[in-house]
Design a protein around this ligand. Structure first.
Ligand code: MN
Length: 275
């Protein structure tokens, strides 16, 4: 039941995820802790390509973080590492607030928004975001913002890791060289995009068809809604860096390159480019 982002597995993902998420509503906290791996699987569609490797890590991290039920079909996935794993580049307090408060709020508000449309709770957040125009008008903006926030952050945690950074290798490295000339040129272009985001948003490395692109994304807009697959993204909302870096966003961006989980990004690229 390894879920990858792609139409081939949607049917399976749609039937598995909501059922498991509803089941998790009835869990006691102890059960939830014991079943962290199960909860990770329930998030398989947002945990996408890293599911198999994320499970043991999530279980290890369950002492500090666990999947959290927020009154509805969508759940807050556990952070796949302790809050302080990304120190000194991203501080533990920022990670704690970012995950436990900000991401949790997106999940809670998504659940609230779709409460009167139970059929929407049976879909994966990816499917909701891919077809915003088919949603009831009443919930379209909330799903775009809150669902986008849930999806983007679920990926963001996995795009970083302790002792990350360095440069990609293998097919990802080749694709970056082909798309941008070199890793160094990629890094410059990505840094510029992230620095230039006005207000709150993200900068993304995207797979658009078979092409790699770097694009800014306002607010919590998910690239999926434009038919593009995110490979790597940096959250440049102030909540992602303000405690440590205040107004010095360029310092945060430079530090963030030291925590990129290139193995996760390369794995996504390899699976998504093969679809
Ligand atoms: Mn954020």
């Amino acid at each position: 039941m390894l879920a990858v982002v792609g139409s081939r597995v949607y049917a399976e993902a749609q039937t598995v995820k909501p059922r498991m998420e509803r089941n998790s509503l009835m869990m006691t906290r102890r059960q939830a802790l014991r079943n962290t791996a199960l909860a990770s699987a329930a998030c398989a569609t947002v945990f996408a390509n890293r599911t198999a490797r994320a499970q043991p890590k999530a279980a290890t991290a369950s002492a500090t973080t666990t999947a959290t039920i927020v009154n509805g079909p969508f759940i807050l996935p556990p952070l796949p590492y302790p809050f302080d794993a990304l120190e000194p580049h991203i501080d533990a307090r920022t990670m704690e607030i970012h995950h436990d408060k900000h991401h949790a709020a997106y999940v809670a508000n998504l659940n609230k928004a779709i409460a009167e449309f139970p059929e929407l709770g049976k879909k994966s957040v990816e499917d909701l975001l891919k077809d915003l125009n088919t949603l009831p008008e009443k919930v379209r903006i909330a799903v775009r913002n809150q669902g986008g926030g849930h999806y983007n952050h679920s990926l963001f945690w996995q795009m970083m890791k302790k002792d990350g950074g360095g440069q990609p290798s293998g097919g990802m490295a080749t694709a970056i060289d082909r798309g941008f000339g070199s890793y160094s040129a990629f890094r410059d272009k990505f840094t510029e995009a992230a620095t230039r985001v006005f207000g709150s948003g993200w900068a993304w490395l995207l797979l658009d068809g078979h092409d790699l692109k770097i694009e800014p994304g306002p607010n919590q807009d998910a690239p999926l809604s434009q038919g593009k697959q995110p490979l790597l993204g940096i959250d440049v909302w102030e909540h992602a860096y303000y405690l440590k870096y205040q107004n010095r966003r360029p310092e945060y961006i430079a530090a963030w390159f030291n925590v990129i989980a290139w193995d996760f990004v390369a794995d996504r690229y390899s699976k998504l480019s093969a679809l």
